[in-house]
Design a protein around this ligand. Structure first.
Ligand code: NAP
Length: 297
């Protein structure tokens, strides 16, 4: 049987291409049909609905935007559970609510099928290169079954616990991502205000204790003021809502992350939700009138 992939956005397109590259027989579906064409050209088979993907595949990978979107492609009309066969496995790579994940896993079990939550980290670059970090929640035997496919899309695959635990680990991941993004933004702004050469400054600090994925990948983009998204502000805010909900449920104060949520909120109000999450620096620029990457004269 072939492996299925539903959701061919920034992340899903790269992940699906890597499955094909490794020789997997791949069936795909995307809501906007035109996004399937490049993968069909590479050898994938296009299905007419998520249900049809499930009819043709015993492993069904999903990477769509938000909790209601996963609910729609799994539980909705012509959704995965309409076509699924007993014993099949759904692997959800979307970042969604840990509690909704447990409900989706339950609905899947009611069809005698299995669920792994498998949110990813590593950005659009990691999706293209097949080097994603994948946080797994679910049954160890199902993870073993999934490994040939997960190995095509990621390099760090960690079983963190039962269903929902993968999504909670992703919440932890997102606290680190945005905290790092704020630090990179403040650092670049100070370098700019102090008249440092931004590229030389980045080279000087990125190999030491201050180095990070965010600095290495998004720092250069900030210097040339390229706000093309690897991850949009709107999706970042979706993740931060999941973070704030989880911390609230657990009674944990996260003042830093709450502040960053508000900074991104201001950028969304300015109509910048479709820019990359590194445009966070613009919220700080607005406070002082200094702009990273701008050269005098
Ligand atoms: P994206 O480029 O906006 O793509 C979203 C995908 O979801 C598209 O294929 C879209 O279909 C599909 N979709 C959305 N709502 C749907 C619905 N109701 N029914 C059917 N399909 C629907 O987003 P992305 O950046 O690939 O992110 C996908 C997931 O990965 C998100 O959960 C995100 O948080 C997570 N993630 C992203 C990154 C990153 O750096 N980008 C990193 C880690 C994790 P259409 O083509 O029809 O719009």
């Amino acid at each position: 049987m072939s492996v299925g992939f539903i959701g061919l956005g920034i992340m899903g397109a790269g992940m699906a291409a890597n499955l094909l590259k490794d020789g997997h027989d791949l069936t795909i579906w995307n809501r906007t049909a035109s996004r399937m064409t490049p993968l069909v050209d590479l050898g994938a088979t296009a299905a007419a609905s998520p249900a049809e993907v499930a009819e043709q595949c015993d492993i069904i990978m999903i990477c769509v935007s938000d909790t209601p979107d996963v609910q729609q492609v799994v539980l909705g009309d012509h959704g995965v559970l309409e076509g699924i066969t007993a014993g099949s496995l759904i692997i959800d790579h979307s970042t969604i609510s840990p509690s909704a994940t447990i409900e989706l896993a339950g609905a899947t079990l009611a069809k005698s099928a299995h669920w792994l939550d498998a949110p990813v980290s590593g950005g659009s670059e990691g999706a293209v290169k097949g080097t994603l970090s994948i946080m797994i929640g679910g049954d160890a035997a199902q993870l073993e079954r999934a490994m040939p496919y997960l190995n095509s899309v990621g390099t760090t695959i960690t079983h963190v616990g039962d269903q929902g635990a993968g999504q909670l680990a992703k919440v932890v991941n997102q606290i680190l991502v945005v905290g790092n993004q704020l630090a990179v933004s403040e650092a670049m702004l100070v370098a700019q205000a102090g008249g440092l050469d931004l590229n030389k400054t980045l080279d000087a600090v990125k190999g030491g204790a201050a180095g990070s994925w965010m600095l290495a990948n998004r720092g250069p983009q900030m210097i040339v003021r390229d706000w093309t998204p690897g991850f949009t502000i709107d999706l970042q805010q979706k993740d931060l809502r999941l973070v704030l909900e989880a911390a609230n449920d657990l009674g944990v104060p996260i003042p830093g992350t709450s502040l960053i949520y508000q900074l991104y909120r201001a950028l969304q109000t300015q109509g910048l939700g479709s820019e990359g999450n590194h445009a966070l620096v613009k919220a700080l620029e607005d406070m002082c009138g200094i702009h990273v990457g701008e050269v005098d004269g």
